[in-house]
Design a protein around this ligand. Structure first.
Ligand SMILES: [Zn+2]
Length: 333
């Protein structure tokens, strides 16, 4: 692996973990806790490549040996990736039982075996306890990588046996310089616009890049103009733009701009706003809606978002109509 292949904010984590292996002071099991959109999967893949690589170049893998290529293609016979299968909500105990069989055999292509859980939240009580048993007496040269958003998604008895890495979003400065380098088709966006996308995406650069390269970002000004005019005339006018696959994005956008309006009402410095590129829209909304109503509206929006995320099969249009009627009632009260 050439150093610059890994996201800049993950390079120090990579080096620190590889140094542990080089000094033989490594752990058997590692947990990576982070928001989505920081590229943790790529960090784990690079660690796995290094462990399996037969032509290591100090802390880097060669990227071209057979083992490196098999890892890159996700088909290395000593790498076991445990995910919930299609239509299964959880990783069942049967998966862990078959894993125990596999890891008790000798490795196919070297000396180590690696078990990777890309979404540890999918372990249920039974499979968690079965995994715990393996971690209590792990087979020799077998390593575990577990990914999660928060360590509390796992049993305390599991995470107490692992080294935990809390990976936070990089600084705004690092993220912005990475975003400027990686924007598609040499897009030239104002720094305030890039900064706003980053803040809207919880400071996760990969999600911000996806958003900035998406058509909906180009239409963001139109979206906010419709939002302001709907607040002025009829909130139900929002139905036509909300009723589509981007509904969760749009609900977030409304929620975050309303938070900025609250900040404006509270006279908080503009530099702390999410939507730094929409200050005039924030002023317009603040002139139309008072802070007490905004707080109620935000509660309704978050509730609606929760329902849409939790229940796949629900009729989106009905939920949006219900939300808009609630917002209208608050607005006119
Ligand atoms: Zn290699």
């Amino acid at each position: 692996m050439k150093k610059n292949l890994l996201y800049p904010w993950l390079r120090d984590y990579y080096s620190e973990i590889i140094y542990q292996f080089q000094k033989k002071k490594n752990y058997t099991a590692y947990i990576f806790c982070s928001l989505n959109g920081l590229g943790i999967t790529s960090l784990i893949l690079e660690l796995i490549k290094w462990i399996f690589c037969i032509n290591k170049q100090q802390i880097y893998s060669c990227s071209i040996c057979n083992n490196c290529i098999l890892v890159k293609k996700n088909i290395h016979p000593d790498l076991y990736i445990l995910q919930n299968k299609m239509k299964q909500i959880y990783i069942g105990i049967d998966c862990i039982r078959s894993l125990i069989d596999k890891i008790s055999q000798t490795p196919h292509k070297g000396t180590s075996k690696i078990i990777w859980f890309p979404n540890s939240k999918k372990l249920n009580d039974f499979s968690s306890n079965a995994l715990l048993k393996i971690l209590e007496e792990p087979p020799k040269n077998t390593y575990f990588f577990l990914q999660c958003n928060n360590k509390n998604e796992l049993l305390p008895t599991i995470y107490s046996r692992c080294q935990i890495w809390d990976i936070h979003p990089p600084s705004e400065k690092i993220s912005i310089s990475w975003l400027i380098k990686n924007l598609q088709n040499n897009q030239v966006l104002k720094k305030q616009s890039i900064k706003s996308a980053l803040r809207i995406c919880n400071y996760t650069p990969i999600n911000a890049l996806y958003l900035l390269n998406n058509n909906i970002w180009e239409n963001r000004n139109i979206f906010y103009n419709i939002l302001v005019s709907s607040f002025k005339k009829d909130i139900m006018n929002l139905l036509s733009i909300l009723d589509n696959n981007n509904i969760l994005f749009y609900l977030d956008w409304i929620y975050l701009i309303l938070l900025d309006v609250i900040k404006l009402h509270l006279k908080i410095d503009l530099k702390f706003f999410y939507n730094l590129d929409q200050i005039s829209v924030i002023y317009k909304i603040s002139n139309i809606i008072f802070i007490d109503k905004i707080i109620l509206m935000i509660k309704k929006i978050l509730f609606c978002k929760k329902i849409l995320i939790k229940i796949d099969t629900i009729n989106h249009k009905l939920i949006i109509i219900n939300l808009l009627l609630s917002l209208d009632k608050i607005y006119k009260s």
